[in-house]
Write a protein that binds this ligand. Structure first.
Ligand SMILES: Cc1ncc(COP(=O)(O)O)c(C=O)c1O
Length: 529
């Protein structure tokens, strides 16, 4: 089989675009495309046609590392840095229609109202098709693929990411599986710094109280075990303003520094997961710099596709975002950004050690044994997809923001509650208080109600249990005067329709009208019933 690619380096077999075989009239899409759009084409070429070539993976990999000029050209061709939108058109292509959007997500379970893009993201059929072509290319001639195609394909994706996020150079971008892996890379380095005596036992590591569970556990597993004193920043929720977050951060940092303690690392979320709030990350990074924090790692698992990302402007030492959550890539692919002039970049290692150990994180991450790299190879196709919407990713995210706020307000109105944060602290996800009479009193209650909504109402939505009172304030109450302890986190993505949120609204209203309380789902109460 001839292994050929198009001018953008994509395998060319079967590139026909998915058409809607059966447009479903009952869905009203909330994102309406208007005018024809161009698509991006990168100039990096990928030749997979020769079965011969370097037999040493390192040689193959190193040969494909770009000159800085190439990287800059690729980045310039691909995006303009801070808005995460691809640059002007090269090839005209019709703007995506509502029917085509439905076709792109026809593999979603039509029975389910999925208002939870945040957890696992989504991937359109055209990107999945491109991924399948890469998988077949690999299986058709694995040796040619590994020795001649893989690194160039990964380089193309890294260059695309560099352009999207305003990286100075493609060498600053590594592709990894997910944000959890990126966190492991940064935290393992910190653990080694304790183990090798560069950090003293008791030096502090700062993290938000609402850091993602897996990242919190990683902080404990790697750095607390190695000797760090872990300090949490207790954030208010519901939250009124970015200033409230900044004030808590300053106070926690002062505690971390007590007695002259060194703060070696601050781990700051860009958008917290549960409850979901946009954190004023640029301001917090600046405070860390003023206060002498050694390094700042921004866990931005949710950022790209939800908020503008300009890694230079944010100014952290390490910045990671998933591409499979809000940027339409298949699971799983994320990037980790470091600065090329920072000596620490050469000290970072992928947690899976392979032949590329010592050749720099981008190279280490690009060859971690035999595995499927296809998710990492279709970043350009995801960019093609977003370019089919007028205004590209900027328009998608601002439309998602408007819609999620509109739907959040509709739910809050119906339930007599409120949003967990002001709109400016929301991207494409918002927290909405549930009626207090549901009696959510623990994380387990929240999980059981979520499971019930999935099984009995075909609604997929995460639920947050708010155990904490805002400092000096009563727990926020609903219009009946009951304390609001449970919140849904709703997402909006291009495939969502108003009916998805109405199903959620009606499910909760039905539970309330039937006198349901979460205690009915508790195992002990169920046994007694
Ligand atoms: C803030 C945050 N960090 C890290 C992660 C982990 O992402 P992944 O499971 O893709 O590694 C998530 C996932 O939702 C998250 O919300």
């Amino acid at each position: 089989m001839p292994l050929t690619t198009d001018e953008a380096g994509r395998p060319i077999a079967a590139r026909a675009r998915a058409r809607d075989p059966n447009p479903s009239p009952q869905h009203t899409h909330t994102l309406s495309p208007i005018t024809p759009l161009p698509i991006l084409s990168l100039s990096l070429s990928l030749s997979l046609s020769s079965p011969s070539g370097p037999t040493n993976p390192s040689a193959a990999a190193m040969a494909s590392d770009p000159a800085p000029d190439d990287a800059a050209r690729a980045a310039a061709a691909n995006g303009h840095g801070n808005g995460n939108g691809p640059s002007p058109a090269k090839r005209p292509r019709a703007v995506i229609s509502a029917a085509e959007i439905r076709a792109e997500f026809a593999h979603h379970d039509a029975a389910v109202a999925r208002v939870n893009n945040g957890s696992f993201g989504c991937c359109p059929a055209s990107v999945l098709a491109a991924q399948a072509r890469w998988q077949r290319l690999f299986l058709a001639q694995p040796d040619a693929f590994y020795f001649h195609g893989l690194q160039q394909g990964l380089l193309r994706s890294r260059a695309a990411v560099a352009g999207l996020v305003g990286a100075g150079d493609v060498s600053e971008v590594s592709l990894v599986d997910n944000a959890t892996t990126a966190a492991a890379i940064v935290l393992q380095h910190a653990a080694w710094s304790f183990a090798e005596g560069h950090f003293a036992r008791g030096d502090a590591v700062l993290m938000l109280h609402y850091a993602y569970g897996a990242v919190k556990k990683s902080i404990h597993a790697y750095v607390a075990r190695a000797g760090a004193n872990v300090v949490e920043v207790p954030l208010p929720f519901p939250v009124a303003s970015a200033d409230a977050i900044i004030a808590e951060f300053r106070a926690a940092l002062a505690i971390a520094k007590e007695g002259g303690r060194r703060v070696r690392l601050a781990v700051i979320d860009h958008i917290t997961s549960m409850p979901s709030v946009i954190i004023p990350v640029k301001e917090l990074v600046a405070i860390c710099r003023e206060e002498g924090v050694d390094k700042v790692f921004v866990d931005a698992a949710h950022s790209i596709g939800q908020v503008p990302v300009d890694v230079r402007d944010i100014g952290a030492d390490f910045y990671t975002s998933n591409l499979h959550k809000w940027f339409f890539c298949p699971p799983a692919v994320a990037f980790l950004h470091t600065h090329k002039d920072d000596p620490i970049a050469s000290q970072l290692h992928h947690p899976v050690v392979s032949q590329e150990y010592g050749n720099g994180l981008p190279m280490e991450s690009g060859w971690i044994g035999t595995r499927d790299y296809s998710a990492q190879l279709v970043v350009s196709e995801a960019i093609d997809f977003v370019n089919r919407f007028e205004g590209g990713i900027e328009a998608i995210r601002s439309r998602n923001h408007e819609k999620v706020i509109e739907m959040g307000r509709m739910l809050a109105e119906a339930w007599g509650t409120f949003l967990g944060s002001p709109p400016e602290l929301c991207g494409s996800m918002v927290m909405v208080g549930m009626p207090g009479c549901l009696g959510v009193e623990s994380d387990d209650d929240a999980m059981r109600v979520r499971t019930m909504l999935r099984k009995d109402f075909q609604v997929e939505v995460p639920i947050y249990y708010n155990s904490r009172r805002v400092e000096g304030q009563e727990m926020a109450k609903d219009k009946s005067g009951d304390p609001v302890t449970g919140y849904v986190r709703i997402s909006h993505q291009v495939y969502n329709v108003r009916e998805d949120y109405e199903r959620l609204r009606d499910a909760i209203n039905k539970l309330v009208s039937e006198g349901f309380t979460s205690s009915k789902l508790r195992p002990s109460e169920k046994r007694e019933a």
